[in-house]
Design a protein around this ligand. Structure first.
Ligand code: GUN
Length: 317
């Protein structure tokens, strides 16, 4: 009966609406910089190899830059690029006065050590916020360039008027790109923070204490009803390709299933987060969809970071 009462009660937090608001603010700031200081921020995105998801992500970054008036450059290098060749390009971009932001799209081909490359990017141009200097600044609460996806999660919470201070935030996933930096940002917002991961014993006992539950572990539909406290806010950072029709039936209710099955039929897969949406909608008070949730914020925050980097380099407010 209770489950019936709460069926589909969650408020869906639209990433699209929030991302559009942020992008409009960024475009306005770009216009102000050009008018008052005579320059437009510039971003270079470096992609190595032929990873299909990366091609789509980079395409979105370049397209959104153009929409907002940010100058962008896409350097696409062959799969067999050597570590030395990539390093040389990073150095060249570090030294170019006209470039404000450098992003090396991950994953990189296996012959290249990702962390060795990320450490060579000038921290002042590191719009991904992955350089150890920016990681250190973030953990000490200093002004820094902050990783885009965690920054987007905070924007969703704040702009949806979801209180963070004093709340228990539980993150599932401890990656350098999402889980760890997000823990630092939530701490800064005065949440009590727990990080769970693949070796956590009794995950549901941990996650069911969360006022704010964030799933960023890369396993389709892992977070189910039993993991969610009634009335929690559930933020789904996962992006997984699901081609299994039976799994799709477990994840989607009648309102969505038909569309999802048609997508699998047409494209071979459908995009699914780390949360079971059918069960989350029945238990959570707030829920971000996949697609259409956090993912859209990542590009918007990259644009904001590029403008912030441009201003910080020139010591502008
Ligand atoms: N690949 C997937 N997400 C990201 C990201 O946020 N930054 C970079 N550089 N590569 C990614």
């Amino acid at each position: 009966m209770i489950a019936e009462t709460f069926k589909n009660s969650a408020r869906i937090l639209s990433g699209a609406v929030i991302a559009e608001a942020i992008k409009a603010e960024v475009a306005e700031e770009v216009r102000r910089l050009e008018k008052n200081y005579g320059f437009r921020p510039a971003l270079t995105v470096v992609r190595v190899g032929e990873d299909q998801a990366s091609a789509v992500y980079v395409g979105n970054k370049v397209k959104t830059s153009a929409e907002l008036g940010i100058i962008s450059e896409h350097r696409h290098l062959p799969l067999e690029t050597s570590p030395a060749e990539l390093l040389q390009i990073v150095e060249e971009l570090n030294n170019r006065a006209d470039i404000d932001g450098i992003l090396v799209q991950l994953p990189l081909p296996k012959q290249i050590d990702e962390s060795a490359i990320l450490q060579k990017i000038d921290p002042e141009k590191d719009v991904d916020g992955f350089h150890p200097v920016n990681v250190g600044r973030l953990s000490q609460g200093q002004k820094s360039l902050v990783p885009c996806t965690p920054a987007g999660v905070i924007e969703i919470l704040k702009r949806s008027n979801i209180e963070i201070a004093g709340k228990h935030a539980v993150i599932v996933g401890r990656s350098n790109i999402v889980g760890k930096p997000l823990a630092m940002l939530l701490l800064q917002e005065n949440a009590t923070v727990t990080i769970c991961h693949s070796r956590t014993t009794n995950l549901a006992a941990m996650t069911s204490q969360a006022d704010i539950l964030i799933a960023a572990i890369g396993r389709a539909g892992l977070v189910r009803g039993e993991h969610i406290k009634q009335g929690a806010t559930v933020i789904d950072v996962g992006i997984n390709n699901v081609s299994d029709v039976e799994l799709a039936r477990e994840l989607f209710d009648e309102s969505e299933l038909e569309k999802r099955l048609a997508t699998i039929e047409k494209r071979g897969f459908t995009l699914v987060g780390d949360v079971n949406p059918k069960e989350a909608k029945a238990k959570a008070a707030n829920f971000t969809p996949v697609p259409g949730g956090v993912g859209l914020l990542t590009v918007a925050m990259l644009m904001k970071n590029t403008v912030d980097a441009a201003k910080m380099r020139r010591k502008l407010n």
